[in-house]
Design a binder for this molecule. Structure first.
Ligand SMILES: [Zn+2]
Length: 242
């Protein structure tokens, strides 16, 4: 149980909220990515001791706030300066005289217009832009990935059941015990050899469901001895559209 017991503004830090927390054993301070500061106060703790605790930790809070700020500043923003291509399309983001985010997909061009009077960094506009790109990637993924899976499965003699294109938050792909392959549509933002690497990883699961020694031996073999290298490469890529 958490109950707000005090809210105060501390110079140089900002608003601090104190919550009584029946599960807390000691005072603790949390700073989140939006720069919100909350203090947990145990049931037996005194509010004035909590305030003192915050005062003692003020240097740490300031440092953490700065860290959080640079983290949120470096979060990727889609705007008209974004240079971006999907596998088949150039992406143009244009402020214009529209009321809502408008998406227009041609053969080789994805045009996303957003209301010029709105701030492009606002969550609503960012969500609209991401939606346009996500759906374009979904089409491209449905067009490209099944054929590529079939090609690689035939080449190395793997069997699978069905392929599903999804938009998972933290996985490039997965393989189910029923022999179905799930592939993340964000794969379409990776270089071809990394797309193949993920597909080969999932196909190798058709022989070994777990990530045991034999699984890695097989995956390394079908990637021409490059499993470690490709693995390191894929770890440099992040999901961009959630
Ligand atoms: Zn796996």
């Amino acid at each position: 149980m958490r109950r707000l017991i005090k809210e105060s503004v501390v110079p140089g830090i900002g608003k601090v909220k104190y919550f009584e927390n029946s599960r807390a054993k000691a005072f603790s301070i949390k700073v989140n990515i939006n720069g919100e500061i909350t203090v947990s106060v145990p049931k037996k703790g005194k509010l004035k001791d909590a305030v003192k605790f915050v005062d003692e930790k003020s240097e740490w809070i300031k440092k953490t706030l700065l860290k959080m700020k640079s983290k949120s500043d470096s979060q990727f923003v889609w705007d008209e300066k974004t240079k971006f291509k999907t596998k088949y399309c150039d992406v143009k983001i244009i402020p214009s005289d529209v009321q809502y985010v408008l998406i227009h997909l041609d053969e080789n061009l994805l045009e996303i217009q957003y209301p010029q009077e709105k701030d492009v960094v606002s969550p609503e506009i960012q969500a609209g832009i991401k939606f346009g790109i996500t759906e374009t990637l979904r089409l491209e993924a449905k067009d490209y990935l099944p054929g590529r899976v079939k090609y690689l499965a035939d080449k190395f003699g793997f069997k699978y059941n069905q392929i599903f294109i999804k938009h998972q938050k933290s996985k490039w792909g997965s393989y189910s015990s029923r022999g179905n392959i799930n592939l993340n549509l964000e794969l379409m933002l990776l270089p071809d050899e990394l797309i193949d690497f993920i597909i080969l990883h999932e196909l190798a699961h058709s022989k070994y469901l777990n990530h045991g020694k034999e699984f890695h031996r097989l995956l390394n073999k079908i990637t021409g001895g490059r499993e470690k290298e490709l693995d390191a490469e894929i770890n440099k890529h992040r999901f961009m559209l959630h």
